[in-house]
Design a binder for this molecule. Structure first.
Ligand SMILES: [Zn+2]
Ligand SMILES: [Zn+2]
Length: 405
C-alpha cells in the first residue's frame, strides 16, 4: 500500500545573483514563513554555485536557472531549467539547443511566461517565440508577475497593484490556458506555477515600495506535488550540499513529480490548496493527475475531484467544460478518451479567482497511443507514463505528512 505524500513550493525565484533584490537567506525566510517545503531559485543566465542546494531552516533549496539570449535584440524565449547541474546558457544561444542540453542532463525544460500581455507602460514582451521547438517537458502556465502586466496601464494603477495585488489576481492569462489546451491536443505538457519574484524596489513619484516581496510571493502562486516517495526532510542540521544523499534523493522526488505532472498550481493566498485531489479509474486501472489511462472498451472512466473547500469546480475535457459544480467534490463519468483537467475557482475579494489548476489525466484510445505520447515526451517519459504502482483505490488516496527517517 503506497500512500501519497504532498509537498508544496515556490518555483522561479530571482536573487542577487541576477536581478533579484534578495539573498538566499531572505528567500528561505519567506518560504519558511509560508510553510513551504521547497523553493527553486532560477537566476537569469547563471547557475548559482556559490550557494549549495539542500536544507536551509527546514526548506529544501534547489537551484536551477532561467536562460535567454541576451544578445538577441528581440526579447523573449525565457527557458526555466530545473534540475540541471551544468550551466546551459554557455552551451548555445538557441532555444532548441538549450532544451536538448537540459534533456541530456535528465532535467526539466519549462517555457517561462510563454505568453505575456503588454501595456504602453510596460511594452517589453518576454513571450516565448520559437514555438516550433520540441522536447520541452512543460510550461509555466501561471507566471505570477505576468498576472499584473495587463493591469499596469498607468502609474497610479501600478501603485495600487503594489499595495493590493490580490485585487488584480484572477488566474493564469486566458490566452495562456487556451495555448496550453492547444499544446495538450498534440502531446502531454506539464503545467507549473511560478512567481518570478524579483522583490525590486520601485520609486514612483514620492512613493517608494518593494514590488511583490519574497514573503508575499511565497504565499501566492505555488506548485503542489504528490509523490509516492516521502522526502527525507531536514532532520538534523547540516543537510546542505548536493553530495549529501538525502539532498540528492529529495531533489529527485520533487523533479520526478514535476516531470510526471503529479502537481497542481495553487493560488494559496486565496486559501490553502493543500488536500486537493484529482484521480480517475476505469476497468483498465487508476491514476492521479499527470497520469494516463487507456479508455475503457466498455463502461466508463470515473473521475473524482476533491477540493479543500466548497468552490466552483470545473472538469475540462479537451479545453471545454465537461462538468461544473459548486461543491467540495465533483464526480463525473465518461466513456470518451480525452485530456481531462481541473480548474477550481473561488469567490474571494469580491469576485471569482482562479484558485487551483491541475495537470491533466490523459485518457487515451489505446496502449499504442499512450506509448506514442510517452515517446514524444522526451527524456522523462518513463516517469510520466508509468502508472503509480499499487495505487490505492481511488476513494482512499490520502495525505500523510510524515517523512522518512
Ligand atoms: Zn523571464
Ligand atoms: Zn524570471
Amino acid at each position: 500500500m503506497n500512500p501519497l505524500y504532498e509537498y508544496f513550493g515556490n518555483i522561479h525565484i530571482h536573487t542577487v545573483y541576477s536581478d533579484g533584490a534578495g539573498h538566499f537567506e531572505e528567500v528561505v525566510g519567506a518560504a519558511r514563513e509560508a510553510g513551504l517545503d521547497y523553493v527553486f531559485v532560477t537566476d537569469h543566465n547563471v547557475l548559482v554555485r556559490e550557494e549549495e542546494e539542500g536544507y536551509r531552516h527546514g526548506v529544501l533549496t534547489l537551484v536551477g536557472q532561467e536562460v535567454h539570449d541576451a544578445m538577441n535584440p528581440q526579447p523573449g524565449n525565457h527557458l526555466l531549467c530545473l534540475g540541471v547541474h551544468k550551466d546551459i546558457i554557455s552551451l548555445s544561444s538557441h532555444p532548441q539547443q538549450w532544451i536538448n542540453a537540459v534533456n541530456a542532463q535528465g532535467a526539466l525544460a519549462i517555457l517561462a511566461h510563454p505568453i505575456e500581455a503588454c501595456t504602453e507602460l510596460i511594452p517589453d514582451d518576454y513571450s516565448w517565440r520559437n514555438w516550433e521547438v520540441t522536447g520541452y517537458q512543460g510550461i509555466e502556465l501561471w507566471n505570477y508577475m505576468s498576472t499584473f502586466r495587463p493591469h499596469a496601464t498607468s502609474k497610479l494603477k501600478s501603485i495600487l497593484i503594489s499595495y493590493f495585488p490580490h485585487w488584480f489576481t484572477e488566474g493564469p492569462l486566458p490566452q495562456m490556458l487556451e495555448k496550453w489546451d492547444e499544446l495538450l491536443a498534440e502531446r502531454p505538457v506539464v503545467a507549473i506555477g511560478g512567481t518570478d519574484v524579483h522583490a525590486q524596489v520601485y520609486q514612483i513619484g514620492l512613493i517608494r515600495r518593494c514590488f511583490l516581496p519574497y514573503v508575499h510571493c511565497a504565499q501566492a502562486v505555488n506548485t503542489h506535488i504528490l509523490s509516492q516517495r516521502p522526502l527525507c526532510g531536514p532532520q538534523g542540521e547540516g543537510r546542505l550540499g548536493f553530495q549529501h544523499e538525502h539532498v540528492r534523493h529529495d531533489r529527485q522526488v520533487i523533479l520526478d513529480a514535476l516531470a510526471a505532472g503529479h502537481c497542481w498550481i495553487g493560488y494559496d493566498l486565496a486559501g490553502p490548496t493543500q488536500g486537493f485531489r484529482f484521480q480517475a479509474h476505469n476497468h483498465n486501472g487508476e491514476t492521479i493527475l499527470g497520469g494516463s489511462l487507456a479508455a475503457p472498451e466498455a463502461g466508463q472512466t470515473i473521475f473524482r475531484v476533491s477540493s479543500p473547500e466548497k468552490a466552483t469546480i470545473r472538469l475540462m475535457r479537451n479545453g471545454e467544460v465537461a462538468h461544473e459544480v459548486y461543491a467540495n467534490e465533483l464526480w463525473y463519468e465518461s466513456a470518451e478518451p480525452g485530456v481531462y483537467r481541473v480548474e477550481v475557482w473561488k469567490q474571494r475579494w469580491g469576485k471569482l479567482r482562479g484558485w487551483i489548476f491541475s495537470n491533466p489525466i490523459y485518457v487515451v484510445r489505446s496502449a499504442r497511443d499512450e506509448l506514442r505520447g510517452g515517446e514524444l515526451r522526451g527524456a522523462n517519459c518513463a516517469t510520466c507514463y508509468l502508472p503509480p504502482a499499487n495505487l490505492q483505490p481511488a476513494t482512499t488516496l490520502t495525505f500523510y505528512a510524515d517523512r522518512c527517517g
